[in-house]
Write a protein that binds this ligand. Structure first.
Ligand code: XMP
Length: 583
């Protein structure tokens, strides 16, 4: 009985509040109308015709019924305490919109220097991101984080492969000496897995002596000297650096038009030293890119962007191996890596803090991603240590067992909301910290929800089935799969990632405790197709929320809890689905 009375009382209080809010709204509107009527026409501000049709976007914000039910993040997550929520527990309310999905702009940044055209990062996992995936990610506007379950020198080479992928204007093309043998060049191509076989020939001082082209880089000629098989300098058509420097790609486009059959534009200085090279296929790709909607993520030298995970390498006594960590980071920086990620299962620790500080002190301008944390304190701590972007997520991943094994972790949306409060603390100290939602994303709608609280998302499982992910495709009962395993799975930890979970892979006295599983993902096609679908979904969400940009998405987001019946209603139901997926 008491309960019933309380309920009724609450209801009438909120009805009164609603009525008051409605009255305020009406007063505001009528006051505005009166003011307009009494202001002489010439004193009235000139109105944008659009704003006349839509008196105020805020109208839907202040509609009392809407605001009583659909709450902004602060009110919503506080009201739901102490329950932690994840993607399927909530839904976003639609908002007044003037935005067509295709006009929604997905640009974001991970630091003041690293900008992406889509807010999607491929996870630094050994079944998700190596150079092939990183190239596909950057070509689509995102970022690939190359994993560290490989020798450090190999990871540096993987980064180099991405940075060399589209050679806009290659300032330091790979060259060969005239006294080398064709066999030496073949070995170099094999070892570095170069995808090209034409090389300028230079002396030790960098003077251009010739060009060796793919049709002579063959086993058949392996005992011949490069000098004997190259096209000599006198037969080469070159361009002067002073002429092409203002716009090398446009200059190359003209060059290839004028010199039919030549595919390399070699650029020299007045003394004949090689200063750079442009290839015709790159010019064609770059020209084609400008005509498509796809906007690759590039650095200031027009190279694709790429990131690499750093392992917290330790000495036998458990201390960070500072020399090794710094030497490895320096090698990545020398290859122009755009970001490093200090990836661990628990980032709010002295060890991770030390490592971030170590890298920050040595490389003041390098973008550092660090994690993982799920608390405001964790974000503020890593921000103080020098991180630019912080990964949020403990246990939400599709292959994770951390919550079962260790009993810790926070459902992802609440974790993101709480962690984002740490970014606000950092902002008060003039630090612009980015939040990255890492793990648990299974569909584009989850990304939209994550982006209402974060600057970008990290995907593992959604990309692991792509052709560009490392690993072979296997056929089981007529279906095609790729391996996908947690970095905390036994197999991955034995390949190197044990440190991420605070274990020692060489410790034979104890068994490693897995915090992830080994699994399979059905092959999902090319990363281009998967990303195009996800991007379309995010833009759709932004259209529904009237958000042209990601900051607008964050500002416009209004949340609602969803019941189990609501979750059922959200997916196709009571029909037999006809598969329209590409085989
Ligand atoms: P999704 O859901 O995209 O998650 O497959 C990928 C993210 O999961 C994290 N990760 C792990 N977490 N045990 C864990 O608890 C693991 O073995 C593991 N491996 C990866 C990681 O943050 C990744 O980006």
């Amino acid at each position: 009985m008491t309960k019933l009375t309380t309920k009724v009382a609450k209801k009438s209080i909120s009805a009164a509040a609603t009525a008051r809010a409605a009255a305020t709204h009406a007063v505001t509107d009528s006051t505005r109308a009166r003011a307009t009527a009494t202001t002489p026409a010439r004193q009235r501000p000139i109105q944008n015709p659009k704003s006349k049709i839509v008196p105020s976007e805020a109208r839907s914000l202040t509609n009392p019924s809407d605001s009583a039910f659909y709450q902004p993040s602060d009110a919503f997550f506080h009201a739901n305490r102490p329950t932690a929520l994840t993607f399927d527990d909530v839904s976003l309310a639609t908002r007044y919109s003037e935005i067509l999905p295709r006009d929604a702009d997905l640009a974001t940044s991970l630091s003041d220097t690293l900008r992406l055209t889509i807010p999607i990062i491929s996870s630094d996992m050994d079944t998700v991101t190596e150079s092939r995936m990183a190239i596909a990610m950057a070509l689509n506007g995102g970022l690939g984080l190359i994993h560290y379950n490989m020798p450090p020198a190999e990871q540096v080479r993987e980064v180099a492969r991405v940075k060399h992928h589209i050679h806009g204007f290659l300032q330091n093309p790979i060259t060969i000496r005239p006294d080398a043998l064709v066999a030496d060049l073949l070995a170099k191509i094999e070892q570095k897995t170069y995808a090209f076989s034409t090389f300028p020939v230079t002396d030790d001082a960098g003077l251009l002596l010739g060009l060796v082209s793919g049709n002579v880089v063959k086993e058949r000629y392996k005992t011949k000297k490069i000098a004997d098989v190259m096209t000599p300098r006198a037969s080469l058509i070159t361009e002067n650096i002073r002429a092409v420097a203002p716009d090398p790609i446009r200059a190359a486009d003209t060059f290839f038009n004028n010199h039919i059959g030549i595919h390399k534009m070699l650029v020299v200085d007045d003394a004949g030293h090689l200063n750079g090279m442009v290839t015709s296929s790159d010019v064609e790709r770059i020209t084609a890119e400008t005509k498509t909607l796809r906007k690759p993520a590039r650095d200031t030298a027009f190279r694709l962007v790429v990131g690499a995970a750093l392992s917290p390498i330790r000495k036998p006594d458990g201390a960070l191996d500072r020399e090794k960590i710094l030497a490895h980071t320096a090698a990545l920086v020398a290859e122009n890596v755009d970001a490093v990620a200090v990836s661990t299962a628990h980032g709010h620790t002295a060890g991770v803090g030390d490592m971030v500080r170590l890298v920050r002190d040595a490389f003041p301008r390098l973008t550092i991603i660090a994690g993982n944390v799920t608390s405001a304190g964790g974000v503020a701590y890593l921000a103080d240590c020098g991180a630019n972007a912080i990964k949020i997520g403990q246990g939400p991943g599709s292959i994770c067992t951390t919550r079962m094994v260790a009993g810790v972790g926070i459902p992802q949306l609440t974790a993101l909301y709480v962690a984002a409060q740490g970014a606000k603390t950092a902002a008060a100290k003039n630090k612009n910290i980015r939040i990255i939602a890492d793990g648990g994303i299974t569909k584009s709608g989850d990304i939209v929800k994550a982006l209402t609280l974060a600057d970008a998302v990290i995907l593992g499982g959604l990309l692991a089935g792509c052709r560009e992910a490392p690993g072979e495709i296997m056929e089981i009962n007529g279906k095609f799969y790729k391996q996908y395993r947690g970095m905390g799975s036994l197999a991955a930890m034995k390949s190197g990632s044990a440190a991420r979970y605070g274990h020692d892979k060489n410790d034979a006295t104890r068994k490693l405790t897995a915090e992830g599983i080994e699994a399979l993902k059905e092959v999902s096609g090319d990363a281009d197709d998967v990303l195009a679908n996800l991007i379309g979904g995010i833009q759709s969400g932004m259209g529904y929320l009237g958000a042209k940009t990601l900051p607008a998405l964050r500002a416009n987001a209004r949340f609602m809890r969803v019941s189990p019946a609501g979750q059922k209603e959200a997916a196709p139901h009571d029909v037999v689905e006809v598969s329209t997926r590409k085989q």
